[in-house]
Design a protein around this ligand. Structure first.
Ligand code: CA
Length: 232
């Protein structure tokens, strides 16, 4: 998996350079945006496979950039780079559509392994596993070959993380699945503190997108003390 285009959004030159050299050495093609405005311009122009997003930017915050790019319909994985542990709560709590985060100071190795995991699950893993048969439950269709979900015939916009989470639940319909199992299935690596809350945030998003009434879900049910269950 080489040659993918990565957009680095980072105002500090030294930090951006470090990331850029490291990612180029791994075979990635790198674009660098210093501001939120530049980030959105490069995103539209270069269509990168993944975005790394610093939270403190000169013109806006990484939170707002993440919200804006999701609002424009960009579904690429977003890796948030947070300066402090306290920001992690905000990354998870604000429901921005970010897929993962690392806390500075991070090692280049950590960042590249996160990036590879995000790319794998966004673009490769489902097809590689041969899980390409669409799943159908009433008016809901989950098509792993095209990474598309349709509800009553209309496409539902899901991020790659949301898609993978929904697909894993639906592929094991009517069975309770623990948060730890979901993290392993969706992320493919041991997650940091906050991982289980990350699942809850993504579940909340999924319910808003696929349930008729997200407060009274019919498909994605909470299994108290365990995790979640997809009801077919
Ligand atoms: Ca910064």
């Amino acid at each position: 998996m080489t040659g993918e285009r990565i957009l680095i959004v980072e105002d500090e030159r030294a930090v951006a350079r470090g990331l850029e050299y490291g990612l180029q050495a791994e075979g990635f093609q790198v674009f660098w945006a210093r501001t939120g405005q530049e980030a959105l311009q490069l995103l539209r122009a270069e269509n990168p496979a993944l975005i790394t997003l610093d939270i403190r930017l000169p013109d806006t915050s990484g939170y707002d950039v993440c919200r804006a790019l999701r609002a424009e319909g960009f579904r690429q994985p977003v890796l948030m780079l947070t300066a402090r542990d306290e920001e992690v709560d905000k990354v998870l709590g604000l429901e921005l559509g970010a897929d993962d985060y690392v806390v500075k100071p991070y090692s280049l190795r950590e960042v590249t392994s996160r990036i590879r995991a995000l790319l794998r699950r966004a673009y490769g893993e489902l097809a590689a596993n041969g899980e390409s048969v669409p799943l159908r439950f009433g008016d809901l269709e989950i098509d792993p070959a095209r990474l598309v979900v349709r509800k009553a015939g209309s496409a539902v916009e899901l991020t790659p993380t949301e898609f993978r989470l929904l697909h894993h639940l639906a592929a094991h319909a009517d069975r309770p699945i623990s948060r730890a199992t979901l993290i392993e299935a969706v992320w493919g690596y041991e997650s940091d503190i906050g991982g289980e809350r990350t699942i809850d945030v993504h579940i909340r998003h999924l319910r808003t997108k696929i349930e008729d009434d997200s407060a009274n879900p019919q498909h994605i049910l909470t299994v108290r003390g365990v995790g979640y269950k997809f009801q077919g």
